[in-house]
Design a protein around this ligand. Structure first.
Ligand SMILES: [Zn+2]
Length: 411
């Protein structure tokens, strides 16, 4: 098995919130074998001199849509899945080059794109996928315009979601996603920005339906991720056992209490509202969606501060669509304006690993972890800009022990 010793690293430990100089990290095959100041270089090991640069765990984005090559999600359902897969391959590679070694896709990505990355056919972050998101009729992934009655639910329709109503149908829909190997089940608990007919302040699915979905996920030892904006929608989900709330822009103190009580996770995605306001129209976002975007844009930062102060588990999310996905790292800058840098880094490493059930495997550089690591110039705990400008600062991306981006040798 190949062995590589990373020497003279300033090692960033997000759990402890420290950067320690003069560390050595031994990688054997795809895993971290040893970490410390006096790790010996085994015979035949390749030595990579990091010369004081920061070595940190690869980043985790808990909310991406690898299939969403356009912000016009309704239009996507009429496209060829082959075309969608090709666009996803391009974006996955770009994500890896930004420093993301794992992503979670709660809407769209399926076992096919997951397997393609896992088998090495495509370069990209490891994928945790939910398959198709569950939506009620007229809910957030019911992309029909008002005047259309029929829906094409063919398996090969590259749609972000399925429409299901009633306890029996939602159970079957959850089981359908789980049978494909989904890591979680995504459920739409409220209206959203990109959908044509629902209201942001609606609640979606009955409590009985949400409970049934949670029951199915838990039976498979999986969990439910719920899309929600208002406190009313968030609280219904949390009370029914939803483990992560996506977006959460309009949460309040009562929601914060429920997050803490259930040990649930919040995945804010502030950058997507910023970018949709600036360039959404250019990338296909319909007029009605632009109006809805304004309703959640400003509230998001206040929600983040409120949740952080109370100690809610926070995870990094971007949720960008189409060409706006190039701003995936901007969420660091947005959160860094109101939160300590170390907490923002934790959201994209250790806390994300906990949400994904990958604690000890990703999000930290420690013996037994996958060798998913970044080398950056500068200290992200002092300045998050070190992460947001990869062209300047990101020198090396290692995934499963393999160098996927290498600007070190060129330097
Ligand atoms: Zn999303």
């Amino acid at each position: 098995m190949t062995e590589v010793l990373y020497d003279r690293a300033a090692l960033l430990d997000p759990e402890a919130g420290t950067v320690t100089a003069g560390q050595r990290v031994l990688v054997r095959g795809g895993e971290v074998a040893a970490v410390g100041a006096d790790v010996e270089a085994p015979e035949g090991a390749r030595v990579v001199d990091l010369a004081g640069r920061t070595l940190m765990p690869g980043l985790v984005d808990c909310h991406v849509h690898v299939n969403a090559h356009s912000a016009d999600l309704s239009g996507m359902s009429d496209q060829s899945p082959a075309y969608i897969a090709a666009t996803a391959a391009v974006e996955l590679r770009a994500m890896l080059h930004r420093g993301f070694t794992t992503v979670r896709d709660p809407g769209g990505a399926d076992f096919g794109i997951h397997d393609a990355v896992a088998e090495g056919l495509i370069d990209g972050p490891r994928i945790h996928y939910g398959g198709k998101a569950l939506s009620q009729t007229g809910g957030h992934t019911d992309m029909r315009p008002r005047g259309r009655g029929v829906r094409d639910d063919h398996h090969c329709c590259p749609d972000m979601g399925v429409v299901c109503d009633g306890v029996d149908e939602v159970r079957r829909a959850a089981r359908e996603q789980l049978r494909t190997g989904a890591h979680h089940v995504k459920v739409m608990l409220s209206g959203g920005v990109a959908s044509p007919t629902d209201r942001i302040d609606s609640t979606q699915f009955s409590t009985e339906e949400i409970r049934a979905i949670v029951e199915e996920a838990e039976a498979a030892n999986r969990y439910v991720a719920g899309h929600a904006y208002t406190a009313r929608a968030i609280n219904r989900g949390l009370a029914a056992g939803v483990r992560s709330i996506e977006h959460g822009n309009l949460l309040d103190e009562s929601s914060v209490e429920l997050f803490l009580e259930h040990g649930a996770f919040l995945v804010p995605t502030l950058v997507t509202y910023r970018r949709m306001a600036v360039e959404g129209a250019e990338y296909g976002l319909p007029e009605g969606s632009l109006r809805k975007n304004a309703l959640v844009l400003d509230a998001g930062l206040r929600a983040l501060e409120l949740a952080h102060e109370a100690g809610v588990n926070l995870c990094y999310g971007s949720d960008l669509l189409g060409g706006m996905r190039r701003h995936q790292l901007e969420e660091f800058r947005i959160r860094g304006a109101v939160l300590p840098a170390v907490d923002v880094v934790r959201s994209a490493t250790v806390t994300a690993a906990r949400l994904l059930g990958e604690e000890g495997r990703i999000g930290r550089i420690a013996p037994g972890a996958l060798a998913d690591m970044l080398v950056v110039d500068g200290n992200p705990l002092e300045d998050l800009a070190v992460l947001t400008d990869p062209d300047t600062h990101l020198k090396l991306v290692v995934q499963g022990g393999e160098a996927k981006v290498d600007r070190l040798s060129r330097a």
